[in-house]
Write a protein that binds this ligand. Structure first.
Ligand code: ZN
Ligand code: FE
Length: 262
């Protein structure tokens, strides 16, 4: 990654990440559930907030917006047009493009309903870092978000869209859930060698106090049971879990229902 552009995780609450994009003295943040750690980071690095993006309406993703705006009132707030979020003044939807001139970059808006009805993901090209996806609570490291407002069919379609992005896309999710997700993934696919390797690597990173994210889409495709509806071992596991497992969306639904009780 070039020196003049960085993507930094800001830890919030017990296991949230607020992602901060920085170019020169400008910054944008994604899903600022809590303002205090973001303001501290901006101050420490003398950064000017240029934009706020949010993926969905849950409090742990939007709770800090008001306090950030009280100090930076002209900052645009991009977020889902289909969800009621008072502070969003630039409502966007699937297919829109967000221009961030201060950061010299732009993002394509991808509608990924399922976790919530209007959940969005933001896909962009970062100079010298390839494609990046900020996906909130849709795809996690080795897991996916719970289906609170949408249907399993919708969530599957959302994940299928993500899985069609270039394999080297870096996946920036909003929670550090990877180790728990890996425990479940190993129950689904105990013989997946790539998953076993990921389990060891992720455990080492957490033991060293490091984030396990971002991952890449390639890693998720090899290890994440919620993207592996075509893998024979996952199809077999869906059947064992009592799923119908005839269609990819049904395999996904059965695995998701199993995880809910795991
Ligand atoms: Zn959420
Ligand atoms: Fe969340």
């Amino acid at each position: 990654m070039s020196k003049d552009f960085e993507i930094v995780p800001i830890a919030a609450f017990a296991d949230n990440y607020v992602w901060l994009l920085r170019r020169g003295r400008y910054a944008a943040v994604i899903d600022p559930g809590d303002a205090a750690p973001v303001l501290a980071h901006l101050e420490r690095h003398r950064l000017e907030l240029a934009a706020i993006l949010v993926t969905h309406h849950h409090g742990d993703h939007i709770g800090g917006i008001e306090a950030l705006l009280s100090q930076n009132s002209l900052v645009p707030v991009f977020g889902p047009a289909d969800e009621a979020i008072d502070e969003v003044d630039r409502p966007v939807k699937d297919g829109d493009r967000i221009e961030l001139p201060e950061l010299n970059t732009s993002f394509e808006v991808i509608g990924v309903p399922g976790h919530t009805r209007g959940h969005l993901a933001y896909y962009g090209g970062i100079p010298s870092d390839g494609g990046v996806l900020f996906c909130g609570d849709t795809l996690f490291g080795c897991g996916c978000g719970r289906i609170f407002e949408g249907t399993a069919e919708q969530m599957w379609r959302s994940l299928a869209r993500i899985s069609a992005l270039p394999a080297d896309t870096r996946i920036y999710c909003a929670h550090e859930y990877t180790l728990a997700n890996i425990r479940f993934a190993l129950a689904v696919e105990p013989d997946n060698a790539a998953l076993q390797a990921r389990a060891e690597a992720a455990a080492r990173r957490r033991a060293a106090g490091l984030p396990t994210v971002p991952s890449t889409l390639a890693v998720e495709l090899d290890t994440n049971p919620f993207l592996r509806w075509d893998a024979p071992a996952v199809i077999a596991a869906a059947k064992r879990a009592g799923g119908e497992a005839e269609r990819p969306a049904a395999v996904f639904a059965a695995i998701r229902a199993w995880k809910d009780k795991f």
